[in-house]
Design a binder for this molecule. Structure first.
Ligand code: ATP
Ligand code: MG
Length: 571
């Protein structure tokens, strides 16, 4: 019931829409009840008293009643549906905000496709439920109550006999509803799997084509898609079953009316017109009661979705501002790692790393692949928090700095070039949205990207496609460098920032980076040792530990791992 209460809470800001809708619903229920009730007096006037005026008034009356009912119906549906939509929009927004606030660890554990389907499909299913439930619950139950009133008023003994059938409907309705809820949750999980496959294969389509594995991916998709069908088939079965079961029970009720009511009329204990009024109300009751029962199924379905959605909303972000986090204007850029250990899962990836870097220093991190270089630098912007030990900037533990302020100190060129489906200018401007065109151009010039940009058909306004597919690897990398240059932050992290460049452009970019590194604390990770010869300090990392540290010359003379790596590259 917790989820249901929360759903109501989300609807609270739009309460007046619901109130209008409920009043309109009362109008619908009232007219339905009135129609059933009027059957008796109208029939009496028409057929017993042969009243001529009623023949004139009745057609006008019928049309007016239906106009009134139509207006009520429109109002109730419009306001309920918009109210529900607004509530759902808020939930979707909050879900997105929550996802954005989660740490990298969360994204490592949750495939993009499932996250997308949670925000798209699950929320839609939930929304479908909200609208149907509220409209259904109010309109149909009010209508049913009105008609029940008529039925009882006309002949309560007969009514009691008929409604003995009602408790019989409850058990199957409940059983079916519960199954549907469970199946709904499962089928949403499958949709998550499907969108996971879609996301993965569309974004990795090049590799799939290169290996000629289209058919295998199609098979994988077909399998998941048919698993989805299997679950849906069961849900369809229960939904389809609910109608005939209810029909059967209703028919028992109707049979009872005819049997008992008919005999009452024959024995003169009930007037014929009363009987018709009673029957009309009974038949009119059929539709709202049936709808109420199917509402119950929709409710169960959307409840399954709501549980999944709320579960995600309840995730606590791992990395948040400490309650008394301090602001930080522009840092000097002293960075200190103190006995830092870190693990993604069970095993330590970094062990007791202690390293202190003074402002403006250029530190090169080198070492075998998988040693932990990228991991070490990703702790500085708090993509992950250290498992033990601490990292500080200007002597302040980074966990005590406001996250936004911390990120303002850091410009990052990642090992993967990450660009957005937008223009070149906007991609460069990403870290500084108010940068002028002149500033953008200056950054591109410094990153040796300007020349290729102006040769593109639309220059800086060229759209580069998904993740920059319309550019070469080296061009993408230079855009990322330009983006970092424009951000102008005191701490610079370059993870394999020049790996996709040819020797010539690398030399040029290197020059640009040398300018950029001036007066900035810089972490450079490079496999090509030529790019780091001039670092102030070279740190060799192997298996999560610092194994050597010193200048290029010093380390060569020392004759350890660095010397070995160096001679492998140059001899
Ligand atoms: N997101 C992750 N989840 C779990 N383990 C990870 C994750 N990222 C990296 N690792 C593991 O951590 C270790 C260090 O990886 P890291 O990326 O820091 O190495 P690296 O020194 O940057 O290597 P390279 O030179 O190839 O870039 C590796 O053993 C890797 O398997
Ligand atoms: Mg790396």
């Amino acid at each position: 019931m917790g989820s249901f209460k929360r759903l109501i809470l989300y609807s609270k800001p739009f309460w007046w829409r619901f109130v209008i809708s409920i009043f309109a619903t009362l109008g619908i229920a009232g007219t339905d009840g009135a129609i059933a009730y009027m059957v008796k007096p109208v029939l009496e006037k028409m057929f017993s008293q042969k009243d001529a005026i009623i023949f004139l008034l009745l057609p006008v009356g019928v049309v007016s009643i239906y106009i009134f009912r139509g207006v009520c119906r429109f109002t109730s549906e419009y306001f309920i549906a918009t109210g529900g939509q607004l509530a759902i929009q808020n939930i979707r927004e909050e879900l997105y905000r929550k996802n954005m606030s989660m740490s990298m660890r969360f994204f490592n554990n949750n495939p993009t496709g499932s996250l997308m389907s949670r925000i798209l499909t699950d929320v839609s299913v939930m929304q479908e439920g909200v609208a149907t439930i509220v409209i259904g619950l109010f309109r149909d139950s009010f209508t049913a109550i009105g008609l029940l009133g008529v039925v009882f008023y006309r002949n309560w003994q007969l009514a009691l006999i008929c409604f003995l059938a009602i408790p019989m409907t409850l058990y199957p309705a409940r059983t079916i509803g519960k199954r549907i809820k469970k199946l709904s949750s499962q089928s949403l999980g499958k949709i998550g799997d499907i969108s996971k496959i879609l996301q993965e294969t569309f974004s990795g389509v090049k590799v799939i084509k290169a290996f000629g594995l289209e058919q295998r991916e199609v098979n994988r998709f077909v399998k998941t898609n048919s698993e989805f069908y299997q679950i849906t088939r069961k849900a369809i079965k229960y939904a389809a079953l609910s109608s005939p079961v209810m029909d059967l029970i209703t028919s028992i009720g109707i049979a009872a009316v005819i049997w008992f009511g008919g005999s009452m009329v024959m024995h003169g204990r009930m007037n014929t017109f009363e009987f018709f009024s009673f029957m009309t109300a009974m038949f009119m009751l059929y539709s709202p009661v049936k709808k109420l029962l199917s509402t119950y199924n929709v409710f169960q379905r959307s409840f399954g979705a709501a549980v999944r959605v709320f579960a995600m909303l309840d995730e606590t972000p791992e990395i948040v501002d400490h309650p008394d986090a301090v602001g930080l204007g522009i840092a000097l850029g002293d960075v200190e790692f103190k006995e830092v250990s870190f693990r993604y899962n069970k095993e330590n990836v970094l062990n007791n790393v202690t390293l202190s870097v003074t402002k403006g220093e250029v530190v090169a991190l080198v070492g075998p692949s998988g040693g932990g270089k990228t991991t070490l630098v990703s702790l500085v912007p708090r993509f992950y928090d250290v498992s033990s030990g601490s990292i500080s900037i200007d002597g302040i533990d980074i966990r005590n700095i406001k996250l936004n302020d911390l990120l303002n100190q850091i410009a990052l060129v990642d090992q993967e070039t990450i660009l957005f489906n937008d223009t070149i200018a906007n991609n460069i401007r990403y870290g500084k949205s108010d940068a002028t065109s002149a500033e953008v151009e200056a950054a591109a010039l410094a990153a040796f990207a300007h020349d290729f940009i102006v040769e593109l058909p639309e220059g800086y306004d060229t759209n580069i496609g998904d993740r920059g597919v319309r550019l070469s690897g080296g061009q993408r990398q230079r855009l990322c460098i330009a983006r970092a240059i424009l951000k102008n932050a005191p701490i610079l992290i370059l993870d394999e920032a020049t790996s996709a460049l040819d020797t010539e452009s690398e030399q040029m970019v290197q020059k640009a980076l040398t300018n950029l590194m001036l007066n900035r604390t810089t972490f450079v990770i490079a496999h090509r040792l030529s790019t780091i010869l001039h670092a102030d300090k070279i740190v060799v990392i192997d298996k999560g530990e610092i194994v050597e540290m010193g200048s290029h010359k010093g380390l060569l003379e020392y004759g350890g791992l660095y010397q070995k790596l160096y001679s492998m590259q140059f001899e």
